[in-house]
Design a protein around this ligand. Structure first.
Ligand SMILES: [Zn+2]
Length: 328
């Protein structure tokens, strides 16, 4: 079964999008950027004027979408060329003049931080954003393909209206990650060419859709930590030493911590330790009393109160055990 999964993933990588060659001229880059903008709009990764896309030209300058541009209608000559310091470079005689995207600074900071990348995609994928609104962890280990192709996805909590803070956090996350989710806002993906970055953004949205469906149906079966380790190793074998060196092997740490706690709980319950049962009952009683004494409890039925106290007991114990496992 494991081999079958890996073979399936290899097939996807072999059938990867077209790769740019050295002969690519600015004209070809403009065509590719236009194609990606149109696909992003058509596939619902951006709505009209949302998002911004850029790629690195062969001479090191950046080709970026203009400010206030509709991605479904954009044309080759609409893109703006800037140098890495953000200076707008003159365009050809018959070319219209445009102002670069207002997110230009974040694109430039990303290219400076990661000299290995040649493209930057910022989209507002609706299903990804929905997951952030509901507080669902994107890194829930459900799909092997997403683990291999995207690695661990970074998450940046909503920093308020301060775009500088978001820029700082995004660039810092790029140190280790190629894909970043911006809470209640959108996503960023970088890659070796514009198709690579776009494909990652597309897979992110596709994974979010599956997660959304899985959460709607319920009873999610996550992959076991051992298989996750194998998938991470496979990712590093496939994408090379540079990726491994950048990410390190300590991916999905929060997740592993959660598994540790889950296993500890399992062991404690299996042993039916009388001490643990007494602690559990004590915490439960305390919480029940606390719930009874709140105004909120007036709105709850007996069953709901019982359910709430069970959930609170589990959260408190997992917090305690979390501290315990961190020390060990
Ligand atoms: Zn945005």
């Amino acid at each position: 079964m494991t081999h079958y999964v890996f073979l399936y993933i290899s097939d996807i990588i072999m059938l990867h999008m077209p790769t740019l060659t050295k002969e690519n001229t600015e004209t070809k880059h403009r065509e590719d950027l236009k194609k990606v903008c149109h696909m992003a709009y058509k596939n619902g990764l951006v709505s009209g004027f949302d998002g911004n896309f850029s790629l690195k030209l062969d001479n090191g300058n950046i080709l970026i979408t203009p400010k206030g541009s509709h991605k479904g209608l954009i044309d080759e000559e609409d893109f703006v060329v800037v140098d890495l310091d953000g200076n707008i470079l003159p365009v050809g005689k018959d070319m219209p003049w445009h102002v670069p995207s207002s997110d230009l600074l974040i694109h430039l900071a990303a290219y400076k931080k990661r000299p290995d990348i040649n493209s930057f995609v910022h989209a507002h994928p609706p299903k990804v954003i929905s997951l952030t609104v509901c507080g669902i962890d994107f890194n829930e280990p459900v799909l092997p393909d997403s683990i291999v192709q995207l690695g661990e996805v970074a998450f940046i909590p909503f920093p308020g209206p301060d775009r500088d803070e978001e820029l700082k956090l995004t660039v810092s996350a790029l140190e280790k990650h190629d894909v970043i989710i911006l809470d209640r806002h959108g996503a960023v993906a970088v890659g070796k060419d514009i198709y690579d970055a776009f494909y990652k953004a597309e897979l992110l949205e596709h994974t979010a859709e599956i997660l959304f469906n899985a959460h709607t149906i319920g009873n999610i079966k996550t992959l076991e930590p051992k298989l996750i380790e194998e998938l991470i190793k496979y990712r590093h074998r496939t994408f090379g030493r540079d990726v491994e060196a950048r990410e390190g092997s300590q991916l999905f740490q929060n997740l592993k911590q959660a598994f540790k706690i889950k296993n500890l709980f399992k062991k404690l319950f299996e042993n039916s330790s009388p001490v643990f049962q007494r602690i559990l009952n004590l915490v439960k009683e305390l919480l029940q009393t606390a719930i009874q004494n709140t105004k909120y409890s007036e709105q709850l039925s007996l069953e709901e109160k019982e359910q709430l106290s069970r959930e609170l007991t589990a959260s408190i114990l997992s917090m305690l055990l979390g501290r315990f496992t961190k020390k060990s």
